[in-house]
Design a protein around this ligand. Sequence first.
Ligand SMILES: N[C@@H](CCC(=O)N[C@@H](CS)C(=O)NCC(=O)O)C(=O)O
Length: 218
Amino acid sequence: MKFYSFWRSLAAFRVRITLNLKGVVPDEVISVDLLKGEQRQDAYKQVNPQMLLPALDEGDGILFQSVAIMEYLDETHPNPPILPKDPRGRARVRGLALIVAADAHPLMVPRVRNFLEQELKLDEPTRNRWIRHWIGEGLAAMEGHLSRDKATGKFAHGDSLTMADICLTSQAVGARFFEVDTAPYPTFRRIAETCLAIDAVARAHPLKQPGAPASLGH
Ligand SMILES: N[C@@H](CCC(=O)N[C@@H](CS)C(=O)NCC(=O)O)C(=O)O
């Protein structure tokens, strides 16, 4: 198994958590440096034409998109499960996961930030306003669901960790990277803290990966 990853990638973080939870160790972790734009070079474009991390290769065709990869790992390594058994629960967990993976996180990735800077010529404070706005919208949406729904427990769905928690945790770390205060979202924050205290999650943290700085300096 080859895992294409980068320390800072929040989508790769989601897959790292899943791999750790399931005790799967890739044979090779290939770092694609997003800060140097390596994802747009031919070598990686051959791997993933979308030029995004993460990607997983088990020798029979590339897997891409973190949610699809997490579900694949859940189906191939069922223990511990990261989706509930019941259809309604699965739909809720997928919905919460997609608030992050499909709606909030895609608005803050390098290709969007680069376009805002290089094509739209937005200065750094304006770009940061964009990023923080969309992070805040995602956090508010998550908090709205989590705080009102009886299905929320110790974790986002009941008392065991699911794909919703994995995505939630990635966005909590993203909020930290961009200095967004999560205090207005107490249920979200509580669950993120619970998840980050779990060894499989803590070990997957972006700042714990090879090549990562000790901190982001803020
Ligand atoms: N929806 C995708 C998002 C993938 C994504 O945007 N990955 C980022 C890193 S977290 C990336 O590779 N960005 C490269 C770029 O924006 O140029 C997923 O969940 O896998």
